[in-house]
Ligand binder design. Structure first.
Ligand code: ARG
Length: 460
């Protein structure tokens, strides 16, 4: 007995191990819905083109729906000898409706079929991921708006630099996500073309109507070139590139969350439901969710490299290598969805410890630049002002005093240009409020930026 779908020219059955080795049904059955959707469009078009009668078309569509019902009810027996999702479904169709089922594959190949299925599947997943990104961004922006007045130290080199607001910091995260969202939509746009009709590689001699299947399946148009149609997996690579960058951003956010929940920073609290304990140290509350998101970045980066490497030497057109595209892509999608879900649930529940943040901002001379700017306003050249403030900071370090804690006469040791009004710029509130321009950390700017960001979300 040889394979019923292609056994005609074979004189012995496939080796049992080779059958398992070459099969993909274990993982590509995930695309059963898209496979059936594509087949229904194909059968509809074949009837329109006069290749199938209307009765045959109706029987095929009915049969495919029965098969889908069986799969969804858990009544479907996936068979390894039938290799992949495509041949499993076609075989079940023929079992269900008889000889007419064998006509479905007219003018089609598994090569254009699988290219169509993955695009349809990924498009559905992209739409789910887009919704989840919106939910995360919505929670993030609203938290930022409510923390617009919360002062924290801003860092460069992880050393205290200048005071910023917590809301401003969170909106920086949103900008990363906003770019990621744009990249995802860009990927969707290029993905959304129909390879159906390319057949094995050269097209088909039937009078197929590629525009019709494209529009039935919600694609913007048919792909241009049949060879490219069956060998292109750019969309999977583009998705993984999006995923890598998204996870890179979420990993950076995670790193900050992990730091901030530590006793040493103590800037925020994560609710218990997002943390776990230690089996030995009773005091522990570990930020597992951000740690794991940080860790999962590695596997998604790996999938991107897998796909790039998979494609790099393939001659046109289809090669069996392409079957290896699915597991990395599927896992990248699953991982992105899980990480987004975790973050979308967790981010709105972040509790800022504003007192601790404020105290931290008071240490580390975060208003030193403000003092230099103040001297510049009094006519001191910036480089001299820098030097003067540097000396004031050295004095403060020796005497364990922040700039704002020094008396006027103490400050005047370093410059006679300093007068009473200096204390307005040495406060943290004055410092952040002074950065009052688009993209600045002033609380009113943060509130405006949050409004604009929410308006962008509402447009999608
Ligand atoms: N299971 C195959 C894949 O995932 C489907 C296409 C197979 N085509 C072929 N000529 N062997 O790529």
């Amino acid at each position: 007995a040889t394979n019923q779908q292609w056994g005609g020219r074979f004189s012995e059955a496939t080796d049992a191990f080779v059958q398992r080795f070459t099969a993909s049904v274990q993982f590509d059955q995930r695309m059963y819905k898209q496979d059936i959707q594509g087949s229904i469009a194909h059968a509809t078009m074949l009837a329109e083109a006069g290749v199938l009668s209307e009765d045959e078309r109706d029987a095929i569509i009915q049969g495919l729906k029965t098969v889908q019902g069986d799969i969804e009810a858990g009544r479907f027996d996936w068979s390894i000898p039938l290799e992949d999702v495509h041949m499993n479904i076609e075989s079940a169709l023929t079992k269900a409706i008889g000889i007419t089922g064998k006509k479905l594959h007219t003018g089609r190949s598994r090569n254009d079929q699988v290219a169509t299925d993955i695009r349809l599947w990924l498009r559905d997943e992209i739409d789910l991921i887009s919704t989840e990104m919106n939910r995360l961004q919505d929670g993030l922006i609203k938290l930022a708006a409510s923390e617009a007045d919360t002062i924290m130290p801003g860092f460069t080199h992880l050393q205290t630099a200048q005071p910023v607001t917590f809301g401003h910091h969170l909106l920086a995260w949103n900008e990363m996500l906003e770019r990621d969202f744009g990249r995802l939509q860009d990927c969707r746009k290029r993905l959304n073309q129909s390879p159906l009709g390319a057949a094995a590689l050269a097209g088909t001699s039937y009078a197929i109507q590629r525009d019709m299947t494209a529009s039935l399946l919600g694609f913007s148009k048919p792909t241009e070139n049949s060879l490219d149609s069956v060998s292109d997996r750019d969309f999977a690579i583009e998705f993984c590139a999006f995923a890598s960058l998204l996870l890179t951003h979420m990993s950076r956010m995670s790193e900050e969350l992990v730091l901030w929940t530590s006793a040493q920073f103590n800037f925020i609290d994560l609710p218990d439901r997002f943390c776990t304990g230690s089996s030995i140290m009773p005091q522990k509350k570990n930020p597992d969710v951000p740690e794991l998101v940080r860790g999962k970045t590695g596997r998604v980066n790996g999938h991107l490299i897998s796909l790039l490497t998979l494609m790099k030497s393939q001659p046109l057109a289809y090669n069996k290598d392409n079957q290896e595209d699915k597991e990395p892509l599927f896992d990248a999608v699953d991982t992105v969805k899980d990480c987004l879900r975790a973050f979308a649930d967790m981010v709105p529940a972040i509790e800022a410890k504003s007192e601790v943040m404020l105290e931290a901002a008071k240490r580390g001379f975060s208003t030193a630049t403000d003092l230099a700017d103040y001297l510049v306003c009094k006519g001191v050249p910036f480089r001299d002002a820098h030097e003067i403030v540097g000396k004031s900071v050295a004095y403060g370090l020796e005497n364990d005093k922040d700039l704002s804690e020094m008396s006027l006469s103490e400050l005047q040791q370093f410059s006679d240009q300093i007068s009473d009004d200096v204390f307005e710029v040495l406060t943290l509130e004055g410092s952040v409020a002074a950065r009052n321009h688009i993209g600045g950390t002033a609380p009113n700017q943060v509130r405006e930026a949050a409004k604009r960001a929410l308006a962008l979300l509402a447009e999608r």
